[in-house]
Design a protein around this ligand. Structure first.
Ligand code: HEM
Length: 370
């Protein structure tokens, strides 16, 4: 005897719940909109950088919230509570080390994403706003690194902040105000820690979440930029939908990033230096590795003296960021293929090589000083 056909079967409890939510929220429409987005020219690994950035950010938020259950943002307790997380809390060392390496992963991924969209000419019309919002997001990512570095309140944290705030102080017009606001007193103390903490756990996450939403909204409106190879018919024939091929590539890339960050946390867990004091002793102040190139640049003779320091720390990086912001408005050539844009390719190679050389020489210099 034949049993009831599928059409006549009663819905399962799960299907009933989905139906209930769908009627009220429009779940299936949202799902269809999110997943059935066409990807002209087919899915690509290159599109996974942005998704990986989002993924790292979400995990940074989750691990950050878990750390906040134990961390105390006061100069009396910040160091001790971080030591407590490392030595007493179950898997606390892993949580903190994951969060620490996650921040480096975010900087590396932001660099990779920025390089990809630059090399592929994805900043060009009509994606100027996506690029500009991206630049602000990049600033926020660096801001997370700078403000988070102080929180453990050890010598490394304290002195990197002293150096960072001194550099900020050199900015014309707003520099003095910004430096005074961040320090909250003549030397870094409770006000500094409180302000860095609030910026790190509230201001920056809110700004990043909002701007990332705007970034993706603008991207969805413009669609991926290519460059696509082949005739319009061939490109159309290759079109995929976001689900399943692009999602699959994104998931593989996110899982790889996750495994790398976990491995780094295991291999090189966070170890604190001595508790912060206003006396550096034998310690040579140094910022996080992704600011090292700038730190090394400032050691060059031509950047000695007040004016030189202003030039190296503020004027040159500021002019570089301004140039990046103006890029989509200067470069109006619709050509996107990087091999037909020699100036873009050579500029990218020069900048990357410069950053690499300065970072490596800062690390060699550190070994020498130690
Ligand atoms: C937290 C930081 C960021 C997040 C979460 C993020 C996220 C994303 C995502 C999900 C996409 C769509 C897929 C893709 O092409 O990867 C995208 C595209 C894009 N992003 Fe970002 N992004 C960030 C930072 C940046 C930065 C620093 C820039 C450059 C200054 C940038 C410029 C762009 C551009 C131009 C596109 C369009 C790419 C295309 O049309 O092919 N983004 N971003």
């Amino acid at each position: 005897m034949n049993g009831p056909t599928k059409a006549t079967q009663d819905p399962t409890p799960f299907e009933k719940v989905v139906e209930f939510i769908d009627e009220r929220v429009g779940l299936k429409t949202i799902q269809a909109k999110m997943l059935n987005e066409p990807v002209p020219g087919g899915s690509r690994w290159a599109y996974a950088f942005g998704s990986c950035l989002l993924f790292i950010f979400i995990l940074q938020a989750v691990t950050g919230i878990l750390l906040m259950f134990y961390y105390v943002p006061s100069t009396d307790h910040a160091y001790a509570s971080t030591q407590y997380i490392i030595h007493e809390v179950d898997y606390g060392w892993f949580l903190l080390s994951y969060h620490f390496w996650g921040s480096s992963a975010m900087v590396v991924m932001a660099f990779a994403h920025m390089s990809q969209v630059f090399l592929w000419g994805a900043y060009k019309k009509p994606r100027e706003l996506i690029w500009l919002v991206g630049l602000v997001l990049f600033g926020l990512v660096m801001g997370f690194g700078f403000t988070g570095y102080l929180l453990p309140w050890d010598q490394r944290a304290y002195w990197a902040t002293v150096v960072g705030v001194e550099i900020m102080d050199k900015t014309p017009i707003a520099g003095d105000f910004l430096a005074r606001f961040l320090k909250g007193g003549p030397t870094p103390g409770q006000m500094t820690l409180s302000r860095f903490f609030v910026i790190h756990v509230m201001v920056l996450p809110a700004a990043l979440a909002g701007l990332a939403g705007l970034h993706i909204f603008l991207f969805r409106k413009a669609g991926p930029s290519g460059p696509f190879r082949g005739t319009p018919e061939e490109i159309k024939a290759k079109t995929d939908y976001f689900f399943p091929r692009q999602i699959w590539k994104d998931i593989v890339a996110m899982a790889t990033v996750f495994l790398i960050v976990c491995s780094l946390a295991f291999i090189e867990p966070v170890v604190l230096l001595e508790k912060a004091t206003p006396d550096p002793g034998d310690y040579h102040p140094e910022p996080e590795w992704y600011f090292l190139f700038l730190f090394q640049l400032l050691r060059l003779k031509i950047f000695g003296g007040q004016f030189g320091q202003f030039l190296g720390a503020i004027a040159i990086p500021g002019a570089f960021m301004a140039l990046l912001a103006a890029l989509p408005f200067i470069d109006k050539d619709p050509e996107k293929n990087i091999f037909k844009r020699p100036v873009a390719l050579i500029s990218w190679i020069v900048v990357m090589t410069g950053i690499l050389i300065f970072t490596v020489s800062a690390i060699i210099n550190r070994e020498f000083l130690d």
